[in-house]
Design a protein around this ligand. Structure first.
Ligand code: ASP
Length: 306
């Protein structure tokens, strides 16, 4: 297919945002959550999720409807992808019907980038999670949640714990928080679930007690069973004993430390009930802020269209 001149803005990963965009997106998410008037956008967006999702899909849908946009949720089992249609052809088909943006979640790492590179139509792409690759809207909403809760990211000590190897959230957060001035990012998890190479400025420690020391923010991650062979699944009880965040760990952390989790949470595995439901938890606040962060993302996405 001949490549047409396409110029639509995409959100594929944090690295694709310059500092001005980042600052604007976070300020705007916080302003919207504080009651700022949202834009009204005469646009149509399509949710195309090849992996299960509750939060992200509904959050994008709510964000779009608060901006007056039309949202189409493609039901995958009834779509032409089951008849062998390529993602590129599906995207072109949706664009031909007047869709302006595609919100894509896909199990293959890099699939959203590949689609963006091959797209021959003016269709905005939002990466809602690609395999173990990136999940930029999650990292943005995490940062917006902290800012809106009064946590200063400048100088913050961040601990990220669990299955970092398969986590696109961790990858996006490790790309974002240093740019927002975090003083340090320490990570910890089972040896087989922490990648050997970590981004510059991210350090690895060996135990949960150590990683939470003096932390201002603790981010817990789910074990991504869907990206592992069954035989590699850790035993739940021993995982919880070694890597599950419990109240006693919060005593080791900074006095104002807050706990994040992108969800879905697995109670009694990576996090105890007491922590998930406790006063340090921002987990539901992340969900609330997610809608505002995604409203800001839509406003940003379409702003360059003129
Ligand atoms: N919801 C996040 C994601 O889609 C985190 C997770 O599933 O564990 O990556």
């Amino acid at each position: 297919m001949a490549m047409a001149e396409v110029s639509a803005r995409h959100l594929l990963e944090i690295a694709g945002l310059d500092d001005r965009d980042l600052g604007w997106l976070l300020d705007r998410a916080c302003a919207l959550s504080a009651g700022a008037q949202p834009a009204v956008l005469d646009r149509t967006v399509v949710n195309l999720f090849f992996e299960p999702s509750t939060r992200t899909r509904v959050s994008f849908e709510l964000a779009a409807s608060r901006l007056g946009m039309r949202v189409i949720n493609v039901e995958l089992e009834r779509s032409s992808s089951v008849k062998g249609e390529s993602l590129e052809d599906t995207a072109a088909t949706l664009a031909a019907m007047g869709a302006h943006a595609l919100i894509l979640r896909h199990p293959e790492t890099g699939r959203c980038h590949r689609l963006a590179a091959e797209l021959a139509v003016d269709l905005h792409l939002l990466n809602a999670g690609d395999g173990s690759g990136h999940h930029p809207s999650q990292a943005l909403l995490d940062a917006a949640t902290l800012v809106a809760s009064g946590i200063r990211l400048e100088g913050a000590r961040i601990a990220v714990i669990g299955d970092l190897l398969h986590s696109r959230v961790a990858r996006s957060v490790m790309a974002l928080f240093p740019r927002l001035g975090a003083a340090e990012i320490r990570v910890a998890g089972p040896a087989q679930l922490v990648p050997d190479s970590l981004p510059a400025g991210v350090s690895r420690v060996d135990t949960l007690d150590e990683v939470v020391q003096a932390a201002d923010v603790i981010m817990m991650l789910r074990i991504q069973h869907e990206r592992m062979d069954r035989h590699a699944w850790p035993d739940v009880a021993s995982y919880h004993a070694q890597w599950g965040l419990q109240e006693r760990h919060l005593d080791l952390a900074g006095s104002g430390c807050r706990v994040l989790h992108p969800g879905p949470i697995n109670r009694g595995v990576e996090i105890s009930n007491a922590v998930a439901d406790g006063s340090r938890s921002l987990i539901l606040e992340q969900v609330r802020m997610g809608v505002f962060a995604r409203m800001a993302i839509f406003e940003w996405l379409f702003a360059a269209d003129g």
